[in-house]
Design a binder for this molecule. Sequence first.
Ligand code: ASP
Length: 575
Amino acid sequence: MERTNYNGELRLQDVGKKVKLVGWVSTRRNLGAIEFIDLRDNTGLVQLTIQDSSKVPDVRNEYVIAVEGVVAKKEQPNPKLDSGEVEVLVSSLTIVNKAENPPFIIADKTDALEDTRLQYRYLDLRRPVMLNNLRTRAKIVKLTHEYLDANRFLEVETPILNIATPEGARDYLVPSRLHHGSFYALPQSPQLFKQLLMIGGIERYYQIARCFRDEDLRADRQPEFTQIDVETSFMDQDQVLSLAEGMIAKYFKEIVGYEVTLPLRRMNYWDAMDNYGSDKPDTRYELYLHDLKAVLEKSSFEGFKGARYIKGLVIPGYAEKTSRKALDELQLEAKKFNLKGVLSLKFVNGALEGSFTKFLDEETQKALIASLGLKNGDLLLFASSPYRRDIDFGLGALRIRYAKELGLVKPGTYDLLWVVNFPMFDKIEGTENQYTAEHHPFTRPRDEDLPKLDSDPESVLAYAYDIIINGYEAGGGTLRIYDHDTQWKIFRLLGLSEEEVAHKFGWFIDAFKYGVPPHAGFALGLDRVAMILCGTDNIRDVEAFPKNLHFSRLYEALPLNAPISIAYFGDRNPG
Ligand code: ASP
């Protein structure tokens, strides 16, 4: 179709030009004899003015039309539109296609339910905010190419039909037609392939990689997602972190105009857990977890006798705002983190209040008030647990919840940091010495911790790092093991037998015999980074066709006996 200009780009300098425009009818208004139509295309809106409304055919919202006309200066500019200083005086209008009345209004502000938006995603995508989100996402990819190309990285694709790559989630499986009864796994990440590329001498690899993990959905998680996946040889941890943060700083600068101060600060994993109750701490607000073991073990409360961990969280000024019911509801939350419950005390008129005071003598009360620096009106929540991570994660979840309620997070602020020195292993609760890998089994233990692999694996820390932005894990990576013996040791500690290793990773482990360079890498979650830069907390807003929480409607999995022409199994495949 002939089109001379894009609607949202018309400006004063175009006044007097004859133009041909196309697009969707956004709104139509009638002012006596004059008719106004806002015409939308992917650049925005322009106002069309038709002097004689009797000549306007019956156009309605979302009709596709083509018009011809002349650009004129608007007497009363519309500051809400980029093209608001001009209008187009229409001489001809053709209806290209009609549209039914859409189920919701096509505008940035919408009260449509998300399920409705997903069902009619093609209409939802006409909302400028959604198009902008997709543009931001595409810009991140473009900046990535620029940055990594300039740093000598080579883009390489790796297979989608694989044998499993361990990243801690379940695999999606695809039945094989040729090898009847066998399955491929979709990649949770290109982890093993990118390591093989290093062994293959590529030295610097990247890929905008699709990954698939069969996990529960969350506001910030989708089962299929995209990673900016990077691997490099011959770089130490500082070099890798500086490479990654340079790229992130570029996104922030060029997309939201924010100067990130480099180098980013680094926080040890256990400091993050102890103080913020999270391995992805939102450090935009000052609300910390406190160790109360020394004070509260002196209480007469039976539940605290011999407790390994007793910790608390002070919610400033909340004593009078909370209700019995709200505190009761916290118990449910606590249970999600394996805590028996959450206790509370209020500090009002210079004294502690609450049924727990009966377990505290005067001296302990004083010590508690002093150690926490309690102020009138503060609410103290506290709990105990035999497990460090349970108590940290439990109170950490409350920290986030109250920060939201108290409005401690200022919109439009950013905080970026690295969490480093993760533990190598996660002990499987309730077992004597069974472990899972905190990252993945190819992560390198810190040199100084190697001797502890046999004696005290739980305390071994790894060269592992996560980049945290506003409390989201935006990405992470590790230095990799590059010697055969350590790799085998780790497999053994993870309880894998020789047969299992040979079966699962034989193809990978064999390569360790042929000169492996020291290598390392990281992956950024493109969707999460886009989400943060678009200022939304819903990952589905930065994907064209995401899954909703129950995978329903458009993007539903098909039943195996679905009457479709794509065959699932060899014997149903006509070809
Ligand atoms: N493959 C890792 C992940 O997906 C990232 C890395 O270690 O490079 O989390």
